[in-house]
Design a protein around this ligand. Structure first.
Ligand SMILES: Cc1ncc(COP(=O)(O)O)c(C=O)c1O
Length: 444
């Protein structure tokens, strides 16, 4: 067995890959990467058109991020977050608070997206138990239909996608679930604003029916990624925020897939803001692009009001009962600071928003390809939904075929059900080439 064959064999038989059928696993093994391009162990190059699962926002070996990590490495790689800190981590917290504004003044660091959501859930739960008043009945989260917030048992409980949930059903806790606010699946007679009102009406009813029982409302901002890039109707998130504010409910926004500039704004929920109406979620969860896809770090931002509920004497037992070994890791924080430098400098939000215009119109051109059911995009985040041909193996057959065709031409994409997510690094310039490969891959 030669070296390459041996690596492939080990990768199939020893490494257990996420969400993969290992009996028929056949993935790429990447040796190195430069910019938006991945090179495998045989020297074949692929455009990373999924930003290594939606997180390498600026591509690979980004000079600014590489430099920041090297500099940090020459000081210290890790200090614990329990009773210690590091200036790089403190600086990142300060800067996240600065860019977030809206009363989000405190940052809790963890290692991955699911943990950031778990942190928000537990903080919200503990919050209600530590403020005056009788809130003992608040034990349920209100979540959206087809939601996805990660793969830990807590976040799977919040999730609404049956193929991720069914297996673990007996282990999950009960939630109050609303409908999936999908902008594109509506009766022809209904306008987008009517369908938005409809969904908001349903959520208002649920909140009223469960008054005094809700720990927090949890929602992905604007796009429900794992559901297949379901786009919420414009105005939905704003309306949901309003419903929470009117009723004094806590709102957790999951920006893990959509935050940190991916949609052309720092946070996707900013697309929902109109003059005189800024959104002020109680928790914002960040991950993925937070370190430009370099290192595992996530963050949960929250307000002074929540923070203050946890203050007291040590013996009062009000401290937040949660922590992660690598929370606030300085190497990851160095990458996070470099990402913010990039978003305020070389790859500013205006540049991303401008590129997103071209990206959006090229996405729209795919609508005409046969076999395409729908095309959706926001900023530099797009998806093509393929028609499902039940006769041909059911879910994901067509999207997988498109991804295989694209791979042969040097473009790496990963299907998601019947959908092909398209998220090149926001710095990728040759969109014309990418989209010509995509339309050929779809036509074939
Ligand atoms: C919206 C959303 N929330 C949470 C997560 C979980 O993040 P992680 O895989 O880092 O745990 C994801 C991952 O795709 C996501 O898209």
């Amino acid at each position: 067995m030669d070296q390459i064959e041996r690596l492939r064999w080990l990768d199939r038989t020893v490494v257990w890959h996420a969400f993969s059928q290992m009996a028929e696993y056949d993935g790429l093994i990447i040796e190195e990467a430069q910019g938006c391009w991945l090179t495998d162990i045989e020297g074949k190059r692929y455009l990373d058109a999924a930003s290594s699962l939606w997180c390498n926002m600026f591509g690979h070996r980004v000079p600014e991020i590489d430099r920041a990590i090297h500099e940090q490495l020459s000081k210290v790689a890790h200090v614990t977050n329990l009773g210690m800190s590091h200036p790089t981590t403190i600086r990142l917290a300060e800067r996240l608070v600065e860019v977030a504004g809206r009363g989000l003044e405190h940052v809790f660091f963890a290692g991955d997206g699911a943990s950031a959501v778990e942190v928000a859930m537990k903080m919200a739960y503990q919050y209600w138990r530590q403020i005056p008043g009788a809130h003992g009945r608040r034990t349920k989260f209100l979540t959206l239909g087809d939601a996805y917030h990660g793969d830990t048992l807590g976040t799977v409980s919040l999730g609404g996608i049956s193929r991720f949930q069914q297996m673990f059903e007996p282990l999950l806790f009960e939630v109050v679930r609303g409908p999936c606010p999908d902008r594109s699946r509506r009766p022809d007679a209904m306008s987008e604003s009517e369908v938005c009102e409809y969904y908001l009406g349903e959520y208002a009813k649920l909140l009223d029916a469960h008054a005094g029982e809700i720990v927090a409302v949890v929602a992905e901002s604007c796009i429900q990624g794992a559901a297949g890039f379901v786009m919420q109707p414009r105005g939905f998130l704003r309306g949901l925020h309003r419903l929470c504010r009117e009723r004094g409910e806590l709102l957790i926004l999951d920006e893990i897939a959509v935050g940190m500039g991916r949609t052309g704004k720092m946070f996707a929920f900013e697309h929902e803001e109109v003059a005189g109406e800024r959104l002020s979620p109680d928790f914002v969860c960040l991950g993925k692009g937070l370190t430009g896809g370099y290192l595992a770090m996530s963050a949960t931002l929250t307000t002074r009001c929540v923070w203050e509920a946890f203050l007291g004497r040590r013996d009062e037992g009000k401290a937040f009962l949660h922590g992660h070994t690598y929370g606030g890791n300085p190497l990851a924080a160095a990458a996070g600071n470099a990402v913010l430098d990039l978003l305020h400098g070389r790859v500013g939000l205006e540049i991303i928003a401008e590129r997103a215009q071209e990206f959006g119109s090229r996405m729209e051109e795919l609508r005409g390809c046969s076999g395409v059911r729908d095309v959706r995009s926001l900023g530099m985040m797009g998806a093509v939904e393929m028609n499902r041909r039940e006769s041909d193996g059911g879910i994901g057959t067509e999207s997988s075929r498109v991804c295989r065709n694209a791979l042969r031409e040097g473009v790496w994409l990963r299907p998601l059900g019947d959908v092909v997510p398209i998220l090149p690094p926001v710095v990728y310039e040759d969109l014309g080439w990418l989209f010509s490969i995509l339309s050929d891959a779809i036509r074939k």
